[in-house]
Design a protein around this ligand. Structure first.
Ligand SMILES: C[S@@+](CC[C@H](N)C(=O)[O-])C[C@H]1O[C@@H](n2cnc3c(N)ncnc32)[C@H](O)[C@@H]1O
Length: 225
């Protein structure tokens, strides 16, 4: 198990911490296969559904699991999101390292059998859209963290079934106020505040974006500890 952890960078280590034991986990956008390998090696799931839109990337996962002699616990699907996995009841879905629009499209097209799955998401951008999509699909965001790895901030969102009414501040800054307490989140806030302040300083008060940007800046400042 130690060797397995060594292969995971800070982003992926933070991501896999949110996985819980269940029968079947899907790794959508599996690529290198490290998350799928972790799920099986850590006995988090009996079965892993490895999905990638790119045949080459899917092959990487297949090779890795074959090398670890774990391919019999895996189903390999080349496809867009969960299309192709409609007949498999999935309890937990990981979608990491993809853009927020892509993730939102995948969530909106969730097959019926997997609609109750716990979601562990790591969108690379358009985080606000992902939160809004989860809200519109009646999912509750239970963790909404930021981790710093290799000079970049990454968002990790965990969601499960349940209605949740997020405020505008939560949609823009993070749904789970407890997660604001982390050092990485506070550093991300400082950076974001500087960026938004710089934009505000560069535009005139008559600019139509001025009120919205000011509101955003206030929201960001309210999250500071
Ligand atoms: C940057 S890699 C991320 C790999 C891994 N999940 C991680 O977080 O390290 C993104 C992967 O998602 C795949 N991908 C992109 N869009 C997809 C989609 N709509 N459905 C399935 N896979 C997709 C890409 O082919 C690529 O292998």
């Amino acid at each position: 198990m130690n060797n397995l952890y060594k292969k995971l960078d800070i982003r992926l280590s933070a991501l896999v911490r949110h996985l819980i034991p269940c029968d079947t986990t899907a790794d959508v956008g599996c690529d290198h296969g490290l998350v799928s390998l972790y799920i099986l090696k850590a006995n988090l799931s009996k079965n892993v559904v490895c999905i990638d839109i790119s045949p080459k990337c899917l092959q990487k996962t297949q090779n890795l699991l074959q090398k670890a002699k774990l391919q019999e616990n895996a189903t390999f699907i080349q496809g867009d999101g969960l299309a192709g996995a409609e007949d498999i009841p999935i309890n937990q879905i990981v979608i990491a390292g993809m853009g927020g629009i892509n993730i939102s499209n995948i969530l909106n097209a969730m097959p019926k059998l997997s609609q109750d799955a716990r979601l562990v998401l790591q969108p690379m951008n358009n985080i606000t859209l992902v939160r809004k999509t989860l809200n519109s699909l009646n999912k509750t965001i239970i963790r909404d963290e930021i981790v710093f790895d290799k000079n970049k901030y990454y968002h990790i969102i965990v969601a499960q079934n349940g209605k949740q009414k997020l405020t505008k501040q939560q949609i823009r800054c993070g749904a789970v106020t407890e997660d604001y307490r982390s050092a990485d989140y506070q550093r991300w806030l400082e950076l974001k505040v500087k960026k938004v302040q710089a934009i505000i300083n560069a535009i005139s008060k008559d600019n139509e974006k001025y009120p919205e940007l000011n509101e955003y800046l206030n929201d960001l400042n309210k999250c500071k500890f």
